[in-house]
Ligand binder design. Sequence first.
Ligand SMILES: [Zn+2]
Length: 492
Amino acid sequence: MIVFVFACISLYSVERTEYLEKWSSYFTPNNKYNEAIPYYQKAIQEYPEISWFYVFLGFSHIQMSEFPEGIQNLEKAYSMEASESIRDNLAFAYYGYANHLVFKKNKIKESLSYYQKSIDLKNIPIFYNLYGNALRLNGEHEKAYRAFQKSFELDPELLKSTAGAEENFRESLITGLAHLYRDKNYEVLESYANLGRKYLHNRIEILDYLFKVYLDKKDFDSYRKLLNSLEDSGSKWVYAGILSFEESKESEANKFFEKASKSSKSYKIDKKIGDFLNEKIEHLNYSDQMNSPIHIRSVSFHSKSVKKYFKEFPYKQNQKFSPPLRNEFCIFQGEGGKSYHFGLYGHYSYDIGLCEGNSMGEKIYSIGDGKVIKIIIGEKDQPIQSKVDLKARANTIWIQHKNNLISTYSHIKQNSSVLKPGQIIKKGQEIAEIGNSGISAGPHLHFSLIDKSGTTYPVRFSNLKSRSRESPNSESVPNGILKESEIYTPDP
Ligand SMILES: [Zn+2]
């Protein structure tokens, strides 16, 4: 990443000396910079008035990644002779040092003043591009935007002609837009997004922020204009649906959402609709949320998204686990249940408890060998009631198993576990007790098997028998899929 361009040196202004004649034997293609350093130190002792000796010395230091020494000598040379070629060398030295600080040392903050100095000396598009990248890494998204803008003004072809430039800009843009949106800095966000549209084309992750801004500002005209500029696609119908919804035309919105879902195989489209609808009722209390038709529709889109997801990324895990309870248990809410068991991060969740009576204090066991990766245990248990506290946090244990799967146990009883992160756990080891912490209307275990992203997976249990609530005969559970209609008996 560090490129130092040595400008062609003209020696017209300097007396020819043996020192000057030798520089080419040290520099490219011979690259003997470590020998050049003492050589030019000696030259400076003899001829301290010749600026180019400082340039050669500085340049040699830079080539050896001795940036502060290199810069010091080049600055000295520039103070003696403010020529264009010395200035160029100094500019590239600042730029090289700044890159070194960012890419080799991860000292982002320190790099900024060196990028600034390089830019002050010379308007080179890639200087601005890398400065923009460093500003982004330092969280200064507004300044980053201005640096990128400047780089494109100077060279509209920069993204195509320079390796890494497009990636820097794209990453800066996406993180920048997220921050600007969070800070409600809409004016800069709009100009940044439009810069992105111009140079990275109409990418949906950029447009998404523009649509959000227009909605927040209730600027439906701009929204509609942007919408009309899109080609027909799942995304277009989602945004069209959102607009209708915001304009209180719900049945029209539903038609667009259905059209979006049908026109796209991507789970992301359905998830986006589900998330949008869900957001619309977040302010309601728990029972109003659950009974809202908007919620029910959001659950159905989330379920579709899960189906599409597993079609796209089939789950072929045959690992079998041992049930988390030892006593006979029932499933109060299983896969795709409307109370938070929907969407990729909730679908394959199971609310487990004793079939009759109070499950409070019932022992929970690890479903497999693994390692505790996180534990929350100090949260208080909620009183048993139907009005749940939507802000309450659940005590939860996360245990990492083979194949990057993690089992999670939630709503556990306050201080009912002494496990510590990093602790190795055996299959069937007692880990905690059922409680009622978090968003929970009564004591139960919310259980799911997830990956690092939080996506839930179907779990398969061995040594588990089931019978329907009507029939007394137990059978082994086929595929380990847990149903609300069954009574389960662990069979260790
Ligand atoms: Zn649950």
